[in-house]
Design a protein around this ligand. Structure first.
Ligand SMILES: N[C@@H](CCC(=O)N[C@@H](CS)C(=O)NCC(=O)O)C(=O)O
Length: 216
């Protein structure tokens, strides 16, 4: 059984999969760089594998799955020693799923909408409307916290998927700790975790450098 991950280190959803791989201690993964800037995700071969042409995409023998949330859930179900990262207890699972859908529906679109014109189309500034969207995402997630972690007392897949997005948004619009104290404290808590240092930080630094070079 061979696990292959199509990836680009700077991509936030790829970083969520990296963190899950770290948390599960999976060592036998083959990584294939898929350079979006060179259109490597738009080849006939890639589209045949993933018609949505997104990274991360995971291949395990003949089985192909894409979308970071689906990939991470699969890896935990298949390779996790237990279900602690993604509990099967219905209420705990529902709370985590809500956070994952918030990531897909609110956080990632805010990243993509802001960064795509800058990274791919030569825009040299951050639009005011994107800053408004990012701050409104911060305002929403700030109120989700009732415990140290995003879905309760333990670190779960909700933290893994949302921190890759929130740490990226923080590079675009730094989180104001007096407006969003829970969010900033949580980001710091996540950043101190080994899985985040190994799985998230290197790609995040690449995003920081890209933004520095593209913005005036
Ligand atoms: N919801 C997806 C988002 C994946 C996504 O849009 N990835 C971007 C890179 S960060 C991509 O592959 N863009 C190329 C494209 O959409 O054609 C996930 O969580 O995996």
């Amino acid at each position: 059984m061979v696990l292959t991950l199509y990836k680009l280190d700077a991509s936030p959803p790829v970083r969520a999969v990296y963190m899950t791989i770290e948390a599960l201690n999976l060592s036998d993964v083959q990584y294939i760089d898929t350079n979006l800037f060179k259109g490597e995700h738009l080849t006939e071969e890639f589209i045949q594998m993933n018609p949505q042409h997104t990274i991360p995409t995971l291949k395990e023998d003949d089985f192909v799955i894409w979308d970071s949330h689906a990939i991470c859930g699969y890896l935990i179900a298949k390779y996790g020693k237990d279900d602690s990262l993604y509990p099967t207890e219905p209420k705990q699972r529902a709370i985590i799923d809500q956070r994952l859908h918030f990531d897909s529906g609110v956080l990632f679109p805010a990243i993509r909408g802001t960064l795509e014109p800058i990274l791919f189309h030569g825009q040299k500034y951050i639009k005011d409307e994107d800053i408004v969207k990012i701050n409104s995402a911060y305002t929403l997630i700030e109120k989700f916290f009732t415990a140290p972690w995003l879905a309760g007392d333990e670190l779960t897949l909700a933290d893994i998927c949302c921190v890759s997005s929130i740490s990226t948004l923080n590079e675009i619009v730094p989180i104001n700790g007096s407006l969003y104290p829970n969010l900033l404290a949580w980001l710091e808590r996540c950043s101190n975790e080994d899985i985040c240092k190994k799985g998230n930080e290197p790609g995040l630094l690449q995003i920081r450098q890209m933004l520095k070079s593209k913005l005036e």
